[in-house]
Design a protein around this ligand. Sequence first.
Ligand code: PNS
Length: 164
Amino acid sequence: MIKAIYPGSFDPVTYGHLDIIKRSCALADELIVGVLNNPAKSPLFSVKERVNILENVTGQWSNIRIVPFEGLLVDFANKMGANVIVRGLRAITDFEYELTMSQTNHILSPDIETIFLTTGLEYSYLSSSTVKEVAAFGGDISHFVPEVVIKEMDKKRGSIDSIN
Ligand code: PNS
C-alpha cells in the first residue's frame, strides 16, 4: 500500500502543483497533501486559507486529504503513516535543493522514500512566486491558477502589492 505525502507551501496552489497532485493520486493508494505552516515566514495566505483553497480545487479525487503541518516533514510523514514523499522537479535548478532535502530526510527516516515527478512541460516555468509577482502588477494569472485562486488573490490585492 502506498500512502504518499506531497508537501509544500502552496502559497498559492498552481496548475503545476495540480498536475503533480493528479498524477500522484493515480500512483498512490492515498495521497496526503501536507501544507507547511512555517511561523518564521509570512505567506500571502494563512495555512487555513491554503488548506481551504486546496480542498476546493481537489474535490475530483477521492483518495486525497489536505492536512496542515509544522516542524519536520519526516515527523509529519511518520505521524500520518506515510511511506513515500512526492516532490515535483521543474528544471535542473530545482535538483540541488531537492537532492539535499531528500538525502536529509533519508538520513532522518530511512524507511520513507522520496520520489520525484517531473512537472509537465507546460508548467515547467511556473511557481507560486511568479503568480504573486504577475498578480501584484495586475497581470492575467488565469494561465497559472484555477478560478478560485484568482478570486482569493483578488481579495488580497493590498497584501500582494506590499509583498513585491
Ligand atoms: O513548496 P516548497 O516551499 O518548496 O516546500 C518545501 C517543504 C515544505 C517541502 C520543505 O520546506 C519542508 O519539508 N519543510 C519542513 C521542514 C523540514 O522537514 N526540513 C528538513 C528537510 S531539509
